[in-house]
Design a protein around this ligand. Structure first.
Ligand SMILES: *Cc1c(COP(=O)(O)O)cnc(C)c1O
Length: 829
């Protein structure tokens, strides 16, 4: 809790409360309306260079904020109580500092020019083995991020690790006042970004300010001549890299591709080996890891926990955008940054597309200092190892990469281009539907232009699908079920309209089974390289050979299909593991509970079949009014299990719960859960929404195709279903019911342009939709239009659209036409 009520909050923040106070305590704060708000949240409307939080007050109100903190000059009308302060950012920091003071466990603050997030994640993994550790989420280390991290401190925690960054001189004073570290670590000073001794010195001075108020505790500094004269505060214990007390990295050894073994000497526990899933050439990473081991040691971790916890560390993923081009090729663009860690991480994208021809477009890496040549060679090695078929380099920077790659794969597999344009021209002539093209290089090179010829042929409407967020949601569900519960991800209907092959390849490592409706869908997944287990719901006799040949697993509820499967399995010399389905009240597929024993027994007698699973499906688990009915389904399912057991049949995997069941019926998790809608951040019903918080991974975005002004009293679109009540400006969005935007939204739905609501007026047409932008005078042709989902601080919930047109969110998602361009985002946030 941050304050007893709004009055108290206003007084803490030195602000003035306008509007009604509520008796409720303030429990949470948010600065971003894209996040789901918990009850009792106050929204801080921060200002940045390109945004003003105050323009999202509306959104915050709808998210259920209890109040907002705004700058004193804000006069936007809003139903929210407002606390006006001089500077909302400083107010947030004041609150964070106050909250931090109440936290009594040791707080370690880490700063440095790079590797802070790796250090923090690595150390958290070690300390987390025997104590409750809170650490900054993601790479929250800015002025805002650090404050939000501190506001997450909970009194029960036994340690905290807080990342602190600065981007300008002067910022550290604010950070220090908030963070008040007990222990400190400086990882490194400007090794990558800065030339010239003078500015490095300035950076060092700025970073060291973080520790200026430390009175006790340990301070760990790197071996850097720049710090040789540093004198800490009186009782702070200073450790430098060469301290004999500290664990020392003796040796790094490559043990397998992407696997390194680090040998440490502990002065009290002898030599210990740490196994890491990192390429052995990552020198920068190892320096950071060594710091992490030392910090863990200083925080009291045992050598045993350091080795076990550190070994579980996995380096972060790349950040990329994945397009499916019109010609069918897949284009993975990762040109945000280019350094060895992210380049090698980006190459892993090829793992997800085993069946495709692999093309790697590389612009090289900058900011490498001494090891530049060597690091470029490592990338060439790794590209060859990943089975890259063609390496296309641009400019001179990646020369060494090309050299090494050529030695492995031959001169033909490599081409060099002077410019991005030349490379583009080559690609447009040679790229085919079978390609996966990875684009990687420094931002300054303009590699985003690669594939422009794909983008130009795009429809104006793009469907963004954030795979990292889908994975996040999957993990949220996994956290709700007991460890060891299996997970099936349902990929029917084109993976709810998101395209099954991308989702499947990306989630494969986290999933035990995929589920589809029809055999055809499973065949497509196999073609796309999905090698895991796939359960097919509706198998026809005509499908049995394919089921056997592709090692698919059928759901069975008829002896006829079972007999055909047995025959096919026997002919191929294989065993088919099937799942029996019971109809406990869904009224769709499956045998009734009293029939299951006979069917099970008959199937057991057939050769080549094994009853691996027993399943049922709930009819209304989303609806509290039907909880008694769901209970009856659960009871009948257990009876079916018992009937089978009485005949000596014990399926290993019992499963019943889909999204709603997982969330609302912990008593129905059994051995496996089957997830669909929830992974897309959508709640099947309000009762489900109350229980779980998911991220929205999708956004359907179009552009204004044309604009026209009409006099008052003029009809718009088919059948004159709308007549302008005043002089009006109408925008036409190039998307209609052919794309999956329901005609039922005519005169009912809305879109968002520049953060504002633009109502759909008149009839939705086949390829166009008219929207009223009279009140958005800044709207112009080409401006982005949000149709559904979450995008750039705007949101339209799919649930809301479903309500407007009288259907369920499921239908909205899977109706989106396959002609809409899908772009996949990988972005750990
Ligand atoms: C579609 C489906 C699911 C997933 O349902 P969601 O509500 O989308 O989670 C689970 N099991 C079966 C049998 C299904 O057909």
């Amino acid at each position: 809790m941050f304050a007893e009520n709004l009055n108290e909050l206003a007084s803490i923040l030195n602000g003035r409360l306008h509007g009604k106070t509520a008796p409720d305590p303030v429990r949470h704060v948010e600065t971003d309306t894209r996040h789901g708000f918990k009850p009792n949240t106050v929204f801080f409307a921060l200002r940045g260079h390109n945004f003003d939080g105050a323009s999202f007050l509306d959104h915050a109100a709808r998210r259920g904020a209890m109040a907002a903190v705004v700058a004193s000059d804000v006069d936007t009308p809003t139903p929210l109580p407002l606390i006006k302060v001089t500077d909302p950012l400083r107010a947030l920091q004041t609150l964070a500092a106050r909250h931090r003071k109440r936290f009594k466990a040791p707080l370690l603050a880490v700063t440095g020019s790079n590797g802070k997030t790796i250090f923090k994640d690595f150390l958290t993994g070690i300390l987390g083995r025997d104590r409750f550790v809170i650490s900054s989420p993601g790479s929250y280390n800015s002025q805002v991020g650090t404050a939000l991290s501190l506001l997450r401190l909970q009194p029960e925690a036994e340690a905290a690790i807080i990342e602190v960054g600065v981007s300008q001189v002067g910022e550290m004073d604010h950070q220090r006042a908030m963070v008040q570290p007990d222990h400190g670590v400086l990882i490194n000073i400007g090794m990558a970004h800065l030339e010239g001794f003078g500015s490095r010195k300035m950076i060092a001075a700025e970073k060291l300010k973080l520790f200026a108020d430390m009175r006790r505790g340990n301070l760990l500094l790197p071996d850097d001549p720049l710090l040789a004269d540093y004198v800490p505060q009186k009782e702070t214990v200073l450790y430098r890299g060469d301290d004999a007390q500290l664990p020392r990295l003796l040796q790094v050894q490559a043990v397998a591709p992407g696997q390194a073994q680090l040998l440490f000497r502990f002065h009290n526990a002898g030599e210990q080996a740490l196994d890491l899933a990192v390429d052995a050439s990552f020198r920068e990473v190892f320096a950071t890891i060594e710091m992490g081991v030392r910090a863990a040691f200083l925080m009291g971790a045992s050598a045993e926990n350091i080795i076990a916890g550190g070994g579980a560390y996995r380096p972060p993923h790349a950040r990329m955008e994945i397009w499916k081009a019109q010609n069918g090729a897949v284009l993975a663009n990762d040109s945000y940054s280019s350094d060895p860690v992210s380049a090698l991480a980006a190459l892993r994208v090829f793992n997800h597309y085993p069946e495709r021809r692999k093309i790697f477009i590389f612009g090289g890496m900058t900011e490498l200092g001494q090891g530049g040549n060597y690091q470029h060679e490592v990338v060439g090695e790794e590209a060859a190892r990943q089975g890259v078929d063609q390496l296309l380099t641009i400019g001179d920077l990646p020369g060494r990469t090309a050299q090494v790659f050529q030695q492995r794969r031959g001169a033909d597999a490599c081409r060099r281009f002077e410019s991005v344009d030349a490379c583009n021209a080559y690609l447009s002539q040679t790229s085919t539907a079978e390609d996966i093209i990875l684009v990687k290089g420094p931002r300054a090179l303009g590699l985003q232009q690669i594939g422009v010829h794909f983008k130009e042929r795009l429809a104006q409407t793009v469907y963004y699908i954030n795979l990292s967020r889908i994975r996040h949601n999957l993990m949220v569900f996994k956290d709700r079920v007991p460890p060891g519960t299996r997970v099936m991800v349902m990929l029917k209907a084109f993976a709810y309209g998101t395209d099954a092959s991308h989702v499947a390849n990306y989630l494969q490592p986290h999933v035990d089974f995929f589920g589809v409706a029809y055999t055809k869908e499973a065949v497509n997944l196999r073609r796309a390289g999905v090698s895991g287990r796939i359960l097919v719901q509706l198998v026809r006799i005509e499908d049995v050979d394919e089921i056997v040949a592709l090692s698919l697993q059928p759901v069975v509820f008829s002896l006829e299909v079972a007999t055909a499967l047995s025959r096919a399995a026997k002919a191929a010399g294989k065993t088919v593991k099937l799942h029996l389905k019971v109809d406990t009240g869904m009224g769709r597929f499956g045998v009734f509970p009293h029939q299951v024993a006979d069917l099970g027994q008959a199937i057991s007698a057939l050769p080549g079949l094994e009853i691996e699973g027993l399943m049922t499906h709930f009819s209304a688990a989303d609806d509290p009014n039907d909880d008694a009915f769901t209970q009856k389904q659960i009871d009948l399912f257990k009876q079916a299990r018992d009937h089978l057991a009485a005949r000596g049949i014990h399926p290993r995997l019992l499963h019943a719960a889909a999204t709603s069941g997982v969330v609302r019926r912990p008593d129905a998790h059994f051995d496996m859960i089957r997830l669909g809608l929830g992974m897309y951040g959508i709640y099947p019903s309000p009762a489900v929404a109350e229980e779980i918080q998911l991220k929205c991974p999708i956004a359907l975005v179009s552009r204004i195709g044309s604009l026209k002004s009409y006099p008052a009293d003029y009809p718009v679109s088919y059948n004159r279903r709308f007549t302008t009540p005043r002089e009006s400006r109408i925008a036409f969005v190039p998307l209609g019911y052919h794309d999956g935007l329901s005609r039922a939204l005519s005169n009912k739905g809305y879109v968002r342009i520049a953060g504002k609501k633009a109502p759909i007026v008149g009839a939705v047409c086949m390829d166009f939709t008219p929207v009223d932008v009279t009140d958005i005078p800044e709207a112009k042709v080409g401006d982005p239009v949000l149709i559904l989902g979450e995008w750039q601080n705007q949101a339209i919930r799919v649930e809301e659209i479903a309500d407007l047109e009288g259907t369920i969110p499921y239908e909205i998602l899977c109706r989106l036409s396959e002609r809409i361009q899908r772009i996949y985002l990988l972005d750990e946030d």
